[in-house]
Write a protein that binds this ligand. Structure first.
Ligand SMILES: *Cc1c(COP(=O)(O)O)cnc(C)c1O
Length: 359
């Protein structure tokens, strides 16, 4: 059998081991997972009773147009519903963007290291991937501009960037958009939007009026705590939404996910409390790292990339034996670092103690 030639060498995503398996293997009672930037506080308490009602309608296909969610989201964001598109996680929207805009003979520009799904999906479509190194952990937008060619169709800006946690501010993004050719789609991946506390962070939605070539991606997986349900959304001009809809499966988001997102969106108190706890948690981690003499990138997300001065895989393994699952920086492009999700105060404290023992 002959698959598409560009997929033959694609790395297969290595999912983290299930917590129960790690417990059994290592004989541990308690495992704390700080590896996938999940919300340590779960989701809004409104979600569980709300999705209960959907359980009586499981024989019915979901609303392929996500009308109820679209309406809620449109009024929450202050944009027309026609400028929204929903995905099975924002991961799916990354894939659909690549599917709609990239093909052999085109190229796409992104930072490195950044979120790996941009490269994977672009490669599957046969596009050339142009990677521009981060500068001091931040997207080098000048260099990215300089890498755009006649064949460039999509530029990806992960803001805040996963895995470095750094961000580009309003001024930088504006100056960048003003110089990107209007024929090039710029994707602003804002998966950690709600965690940002820096007031110079871009007001991206207000940029859409001036820049119809911008697609903003956000998700319910991170601060809303609904990663298991898979729902994310894009905000863009009708033209872009139309193109993504053409390649989208008709029933790509489930009825449970749609319902959960509607009620989760209404609970902005929960979002606010998570953002505040996360900021306290980031500072707690920074203080611990500084005490250990470790350098880190100040983060606007719910994770911190810290340089341990050792091989990230070794530190990962040693922490695992103490019951803490983090992400090794080796596969993330930062070989001597680990990326740790900000947990609850108690989880952060336990992690810092374990790290101190390990180093
Ligand atoms: C987690 C994450 C996403 C997407 O998550 P979904 O669960 O697919 O919505 C997208 N972009 C970045 C940078 C992320 O870290």
């Amino acid at each position: 059998m002959n698959p598409k030639k560009q997929i033959v060498d694609l790395p297969v995503y290595q999912p983290g081991k299930p917590i129960d398996e790690v417990k059994r293997e290592l004989g541990l009672e308690k495992i704390v997972k700080l590896a996938s930037n999940e919300n340590p506080f779960g989701c809004s308490p409104l979600v569980k009773p709300a999705v209960q009602s959907v359980l009586d309608e499981l024989a019915i296909y979901p609303d392929g147009g996500s009308m109820a969610l679209r309406e809620e989201m449109a009024s929450f964001l202050g944009v027309p519903g026609s400028q929204l598109v929903f995905g099975n996680g924002s991961d799916e929207l990354v894939m659909l963007t690549s599917r709609a805009y990239l093909e052999t003979g085109t190229n796409t520009v992104m930072a490195t290291p950044t979120f790996p799904v941009y490269k994977t999906t672009a490669t599957i479509e046969g596009a050339e991937v142009i990677e521009v190194p981060l500068k001091d952990g931040v997207h080098d937008l000048e260099a990215m501009l300089g890498s755009i060619t006649e064949q460039t169709r999509v530029v990806w800006v992960c803001n805040p960037n996963n895995p470095s946690g750094t961000m580009n501010d309003q001024e930088q993004i504006l100056a960048f958009l003003e110089r990107v050719p209007s024929s090039v789609l710029v994707v602003l991946d804002e998966a950690y939007y709600e965690y940002v506390t820096d007031s110079s962070y871009p007001e991206s939605i207000s940029l859409l009026k001036t820049f119809p070539n911008v697609l903003i991606l956000r998700t319910f997986s991170k601060i809303y705590g609904l990663a298991g349900l898979r729902i994310g959304y894009g905000i863009a001009s009708e033209e872009i939404v139309d193109k993504i809809n053409r390649v989208r499966e008709p029933f790509n988001t489930s009825s449970i996910a749609q319902k959960a997102a509607i009620v989760a969106l209404k609970d902005q108190e929960f979002v606010k409390s998570c953002r505040e706890a996360n900021e306290v948690g980031r500072n707690q981690l920074y203080a611990g790292f500084e005490e250990m003499g470790l350098s880190y990138y100040p983060s606007q997300g719910n994770f911190v990339l810290v340089d341990t001065g050792r091989n990230g895989n070794d530190v990962f393994q040693a922490l695992l034996r103490k019951g803490y699952i983090v992400r090794s920086g080796v596969a993330l492009g930062f070989p001597s670092s680990i990326r740790v999700t900000v947990g609850s105060q108690e989880q952060n404290e336990g992690f810092l103690t374990a790290l101190r023992e390990v180093l």
